[in-house]
Design a protein around this ligand. Sequence first.
Ligand code: HEC
Ligand code: HEC
Length: 261
Amino acid sequence: MTETGGRVARNRRIWSGSPPRLLGTMLLALAATALLLHAGDTAGDHVPSYVEWTPDTIANASSGDEFRGLLLSRHCAHCHGEEGFSAKGDTPNLAGMARLAIWKQLLDFRAGKRISFPMNPIAQSLSNKDVADLVAYYSKLPVFYDPDDKRAFPQPAPDPVQKGMAWRLINFGDGERGIPPCQACHGPLAFRPGAPALLTQNGPYLLQQLEDFATGKRANDINEPMRTIAQLLTDAERRALADYYGAGLGLNPGTGPEPRQ
Ligand code: HEC
Ligand code: HEC
């Protein structure tokens, strides 16, 4: 059983019945239990995440104490930055990240649904309350540019061809290949629950995530939108998108380059 904060996932069933009297019945019971546990394990592997967007989950993810979150964030600042902006491009920025997105990723790391060498043990050491408090803290950190803080964001802007490629995909997608516009879920105008804004995220981190979704190494997206989309993108497109967001160009959606035909 895995705690999801709001709910307990029921993907492992436990065999139950009247107490067996004969050895044969006991053996049968053992075999049945093994089968059911095995079936449960297999089902668990196919569940991308134990987090579900129920009113309970949303309430839990919104119940944190910001100040306690600040104290706990000392354990995170070494990698994610004092102000939630990392000094290394391959470590994600957490400042201003949507509440539900941080909540879900920490629970997925904790349950082993998303694999990361540093994050799995760190998330396992956090209680539900710790997670909620960290969510309250990081989601409220400002995303303004601070020249005194050592941070990797924003990186230099990509060339105009890359810019145009990314801008088209973010705003229009590609109907022929069935790629929806990124902004339909990642904002800034519309957000899907659990979809983080990519607008102030580091480019190298974004590229790694797109590659991991494409190969299935990262497989914790509910209903697989990202595994599907990342696979449909070419290498050049994944890089253009990561570099575009990583340079902070997504922050001003109205000022993107005109699409080139
Ligand atoms: C040793 C460095 C390190 C420490 C300490 C650390 N993290 Fe991380 N964190 C990472 C790395 C690296 C990733 C990216 C993992 C990947 O590549 O999938 C990450 C990913 C995350 C993500 C996912 C972000 C996203 O955009 O999906 C969250 C949320 C997060 N960390 C929160 C925390 C919190 C909260 C703490 C402190 C309790 C913490 N981290 C401590 C290195 C660290
Ligand atoms: C149908 C909705 C939808 C669309 C369209 C979409 N995404 Fe996502 N994306 C999501 C969701 C939901 C997540 C969070 C997955 C999870 O729960 O782990 C996500 C996660 C991501 C991440 C990981 C971010 C992080 O902080 O770890 C990247 C990178 C990403 N998307 C890039 C894109 C790009 C680029 C596009 C456009 C080509 C796009 N997405 C289109 C829903 C979408």
